[in-house]
Design a protein around this ligand. Structure first.
Ligand SMILES: [Ca+2]
Length: 523
């Protein structure tokens, strides 16, 4: 009852405040696993993203935006609810309870026309949307199946282009007397990194720079990073590396061949077949991984450009807030890893670009710390709505204007739960301040501490360094202060909810065949 009363008060107040007319549209574009350091505006050394850079130049670039749990479904649940995983009930890959309040519901009740297109990955049907068309589970890159309230269908083509086509359909057919809130969620550049035909060979002839920590030896670190199986050199499979299976393999034999992590690879070089092993193979694996990952990003960049052009052509650019982000970051060989999960910088840092003509300072680089629970309060603020009392984030609107409040956060709390889980990555929680990071792997009772100012690559674990004992003690106090503040009572510390986001399409949506016949894809 309390929730309903709060809801009515928030929405009722908002309509009085903002009026029915003139509220800006909100176009929220989110990709999956797009690391900030694969965006030109974020200083990428490995690719160029002219359309994302165009968005950054005409809006605000958040230099320190972080997720609070670095995997797909939890980040999505946090963005919808403005709450940490332990309060929205999605700590791992479990089903989202769609009966709880979400930003989409608040905006819909306040008069916005709401839409959700693309990767949802929350198991339950979307709620709070006037229209939704989602990929089942992870979805596939080619000829993807989609689910709608009316059932499923397969659309021929490449997933990033199709999601943009569907977003443009939504925009063209929306009721023109209402502002819109559209969540356009791409699958790319998620594993298994299948590029479109246009960009497939784009990076093939180039030498992509290696990150300085690609050959990290993990000295001084905990067992967690040594034990994990998300290593570029050791854990990429033949499927990931796009090796061609021998003719005639099918069924379980093909599956086994593709899922093998090869210790030697034969490639054709200068017209000769060569066998790569050791360091030569390691270097080749990194190149092969990045070639496809970056080609997938290139299609995202093109399609962001298509949406920006559509807004320009239709006279909507000046009254539409455009946001670009990713559900978390990604390791691009940083620390020798791919994937995310760990609280290290490449994984927790989210790109966050916001263009809001007349309100956000064009070209501003905002250094203040943002977190993904802030997104829902920000959308609500844009729509003239107050932040509900049970949301844990804060509106970023003052930061968009270049005016962070005096009491803005200088630290944030993080928690990852999926252990046992994919990639054998140990569960942990931690705190990141503006200068330091402290991580506790609670199941193995080991700590890591980094000085982000003097060691931005997070190579030197200081937790046992006597010279840093006072800093570590202070960080521990801050960690447990924040843990209490966000009301984390270890609800999911020992027991994960059952998995529930990767099921087959329901209501007659037939699974689509990907290029190699798979519907369910690796996380
Ligand atoms: Ca993701």
């Amino acid at each position: 009852m309390k929730t309903l009363l709060t809801w009515a008060a928030i929405v009722g107040g908002a309509i009085t405040l903002a009026g029915a007319q003139g509220r800006p549209n909100i176009l929220f574009i989110m990709s999956d696993d797009h690391a900030a350091h694969a965006i030109g505006a974020y200083g990428s050394r490995v690719n160029r993203t002219p359309n994302l850079d165009r968005l950054a130049a005409s809006g605000v670039r958040f230099a320190n935006c972080f997720c609070v749990n670095s995997i797909c479904s939890p980040s999505r649940a946090t963005i919808l609810t403005g709450k940490y995983s332990h309060l929205n009930g999605v700590p791992t890959f479990n089903r989202f309870d769609g009966s709880q309040p979400t930003v989409a519901k608040y905006l819909q009740v306040a008069g916005y026309y709401t839409g959700m297109i693309g990767k949802w990955h929350l198991g339950s049907d979307p709620t709070g949307f006037d229209q939704w068309t989602i990929l089942p589970g992870q979805g596939v890159y080619y000829n993807p199946a989609f689910l709608t309230p009316k059932g499923g269908r397969v659309i021929q083509g490449y997933v990033t282009d199709i999601i943009t086509d569907l977003a443009i359909d939504f925009l063209n057919n929306r009721p023109k007397d209402k502002p819109f809130f559209l969540m356009c969620h791409h699958k790319a550049p998620h594993r298994p990194w299948d590029p479109d035909e246009r960009h497939r060979a784009m990076f093939a002839g180039t030498q992509i720079p290696e990150p300085p920590t690609l050959r990290d030896d993990y000295a001084t670190r905990t067992d967690a990073i040594r034990e994990c199986t998300q290593k570029v050199f050791k854990d990429l499979t033949r499927r990931d590396l796009k090796l061609e299976p021998p003719a005639g393999l099918s069924g379980s034999a093909l599956k086994e061949w593709l899922s093998t992590k090869p210790a030697e690879v034969q490639i054709e070089l200068d017209g000769k077949i060569q066998t790569l092993t050791g360091d030569a193979l390691n270097a080749w694996k990194y190149q092969r991984y990045l070639q496809d990952y970056l080609a997938c990003v290139q299609s995202i960049d093109d399609n962001v450009g298509r949406l920006l052009d559509w807004l320009d052509r239709n006279g909507l650019a000046s009254n539409t807030v455009v946001i670009y982000t990713s559900d978390q970051g990604f390791f691009l060989g940083d620390h020798g890893l791919y994937d995310k999960r760990f609280m290290y910088e490449a994984s927790v840092r989210m790109p966050f670009l916001v263009r809001w003509p007349g309100m956000a300072k064009a070209g501003l680089v905002q250094e203040a710390m943002a977190i993904n629970p802030d997104f829902a309060p920000t959308f609500m603020d844009i729509a003239g709505l107050k932040t509900p009392g049970d949301m844990q984030g804060r509106s970023l609107a003052p930061l968009l204007k270049g005016e962070p409040p005096a009491d803005w956060r200088t630290s944030y709390y993080y928690r990852y739960y999926h252990d046992p889980g994919d990639h054998n990555t140990r569960a942990h929680y931690g705190v990141r301040t503006e200068t330091h990071k402290l991580i506790y792997f609670w199941k193995i009772k080991q700590w890591e501490c980094y000085d982000l100012v003097h060691d931005p690559d997070e190579l030197h674990n200081l937790v046992d360094d006597p010279a840093h004992a006072a800093v570590v003690a202070q960080l521990k106090r801050e960690l447990y202060r924040l843990k209490k503040e966000v009301q984390d009572n270890d609800e999911f510390a020992d027991k994960q909810p059952p998995p529930g986001v990767d099921g087959q399409p329901r209501k007659g949506g037939k699974p689509a065949a990907g290029p190699r016949g798979e519907q369910q894809q690796p996380r």
